[in-house]
Ligand binder design. Structure first.
Ligand SMILES: NC(=O)c1ccc[n+]([C@@H]2O[C@H](COP(=O)([O-])OP(=O)(O)OC[C@H]3O[C@@H](n4cnc5c(N)ncnc54)[C@H](O)[C@@H]3O)[C@@H](O)[C@H]2O)c1
Length: 328
């Protein structure tokens, strides 16, 4: 193993030791932003991913001698053991992500989101650090006007939420770990996701100038994908003092209802209309405001505002158009 995982590089007797980071699921929406960010900071990155979306998102990393990639399944013991061999820090991102995808294939959801994490914990050495992202959807319906902190109870309703919360508990119980409870992520990634709330609404605003909103007053919170990548590098640099706890990660000025999010989009696309309808239901019944005070006390500050992310997405959707079956 390559030395103090808190530092990207250190010099030992004239030789440069590089910290090795294994990212399972590193070719996904978050990983495709995180992997190049880590390479830029001097970490060596090994991605293990089964490329289930046929994504091409990491091709820009391949020239970097500090980048390794394995096409494989993180649920396979032999594959995972080999990938773990040289890692100082492990970031398990591989998952079946979101309630609809988990409901479509519950067996894959449990085996990927929970069983593979337990397998990883059984195979890693005690010195190998783990930083796991959880969803904050488990906060469910928060008490009105009261901020959810990391001490608030997690009561996930969906299979997705339950597998993620159980995986977080297993990781914290095992020790030498940090977990993040991520707000809903937004922004452009080379492996784009349009199912995320801000990305979805801005896409509809650009394409259709309208969106149908259900549960419009339900409050959610948000964080840009580049700030998620920064949260991981922050935890790696401050691991000693941060370890052993979960951390909420979101924009403290973006605890917004869906209709307030529509207003924020409308400021940049004035022709956009939100239509409220009594149809549809959030599988996790999310309606909460979240405090990020714990991670902010460690010195972490997000850098990308919701408005900047919306501006980025509007530009991005000029490039990304789903016109495969169109004739104009
Ligand atoms: N994006 C968000 O808003 C958000 C919020 C909270 C938590 N998270 C967590 O962050 C992580 C990454 O999410 P994302 O948004 O990048 O999703 P994503 O679906 O884009 O990425 C998941 C990646 O895992 C890979 N994968 C799936 N099954 C695999 C397997 N068996 N073996 C190897 N690779 C496999 C996929 O190919 C994909 O590249 C997940 O654990 C998710 O639960 C995301």
């Amino acid at each position: 193993m390559g030395g103090d995982p808190g530092k990207a590089r250190r010099v030992t007797m004239g030789a440069i030791m590089v910290t090795n980071v294994l990212i399972t699921g590193g070719a996904g929406y978050i990983g495709s932003v995180l992997a190049p960010a880590l390479l830029r900071e001097g970490y060596a990155v090994h991605v293990l991913d089964n490329f289930r979306f046929d994504q091409t998102s990491l091709t820009d990393c391949c020239l970097d001698p500090n980048f390794r990639v394995t096409r494989g399944d993180c649920r396979e013991k032999h594959t995972l053991a080999l990938a773990l061999h040289n890692a100082d820090v492990i970031i398990p991102l591989a998952a079946i992500v979101g309630a609809p995808a988990c409901d479509r294939d519950p067996t894959a959801a449990v085996s990927t989101n929970l069983d593979a994490i337990k397998l990883l914990l059984s195979l890693r050495s005690n010195a190998q650090r783990v930083i796991l992202p959880n969803t904050n959807s488990g906060y469910g319906i928060g008490a009105k006007e009261a901020f959810c902190t990391e001490e608030s109870p997690l009561r996930p309703l969906s299979l997705y939420g339950r597998t993620k919360v159980d995986a977080e508990q297993a990781v914290l119980d095992a020790g030498n770990a940090v977990t993040f409870r991520l707000a809903t992520v937004f922004g452009l990634s080379p492996r784009m996701r349009l199912d995320l709330l801000v990305n979805d609404f801005v896409y509809r605003a650009v394409m259709d100038r309208a969106v149908v909103v259900f549960e419009g007053h339900a409050k959610r919170n948000f964080i840009h994908v580049r700030d998620v990548a920064r949260a991981f590098t922050h935890a790696m640099a401050n691991f000693e003092s941060m370890q052993g706890k979960p951390y909420n990660v979101g924009l403290s000025d973006a605890n917004l209802s869906k209709l307030e999010l529509c207003d924020a989009i409308c400021e940049q696309l004035p022709g956009f209309t939100a239509l409220e309808a009594p149809i549809g239901e959030d599988p996790d019944k999310r309606d909460y405001i979240v405090s990020n005070a714990r991670i902010e006390a460690t010195g972490f500050r997000p850098q990308v505002s919701l408005a900047d992310g919306i501006r980025e997405l509007i530009k991005g959707f000029t490039i990304l158009r789903n016109s495969r079956f169109g004739n104009v």
